[in-house]
Design a binder for this molecule. Sequence first.
Ligand code: ADP
Ligand code: MG
Length: 254
Amino acid sequence: MAGTLLKVEGLSKTFGGLAAVRDLSFELREGEIVGLIGPNGAGKSTAFNMISGSLAPTAGKIVFAGEDITGRKPSHVVRHGLARTFQSATVYPKSTVQENIYRGALCHFDIPVWAQIARTSAYRDALDRVRHDVDKVLEITGLAAYRHEIAGELAYGHQKRIGVAIGLATNPRLLLLDEPAAGLNPEECAEFGRLLKTLRDEHRISLLFVEHHMALVMGTCEKIIVLVQGQKIAQGTAEEIRNSPAVIEAYLGV
Ligand code: ADP
Ligand code: MG
């Protein structure tokens, strides 16, 4: 059995008086696809923001690939092999697909403009890491044929793939995807599920994703975590989640 890649222990975040995430613990093993589901406001994005380093936890610990990354900056976490995509498709609509991937991926490394101009070693390292992979990433995400097209003019399904491509271009071991299939039609959604499986099966990338499309979650994830009002109420396989009385009651509202 593969080792633990990500371990989250007692993770909490309060905003003023509101506990957005409460005492969340779970593990993700190398090569696993894990889904995080729950109603709006459950704390899914907040959990993602803490794991990827853009939000400091109020309490708890995050260990990735053996290193305690709690409270580390996103640019540190990304160098360590953990990348994320954002809920909104953050693309530069007037630039080409290829430029979007370069620029978007470089953003993850948070290199100041002066360092880019001075071509510091940190900038050259980041550039090498990104450049190395862009062709492969275009191929994997099915965007190779569109590389010179203007991003904002692509079909929505392809625009959503740019977000994934940007995350992949940082060369991650674990990719966090926040609602990657939002707004996709069922056919695009099924295609997206195949992309996720390819990433894991052929490119050895572990995945943690938040998604509302239940068919996609149930058909893709080995493990599903259910959050309601900041708390984990269930965890298990698709089958276990479907049959969990706590989930049926609290989440599905049946
Ligand atoms: P989800 O992604 O599951 O829809 P979020 O993590 O975005 O949920 O939000 C969880 C709760 O935390 C919500 O009640 C939301 O209003 C609140 N929240 C999220 N971010 C902030 C913030 N920066 N400041 C204050 N409250 C926030
Ligand atoms: Mg969210």
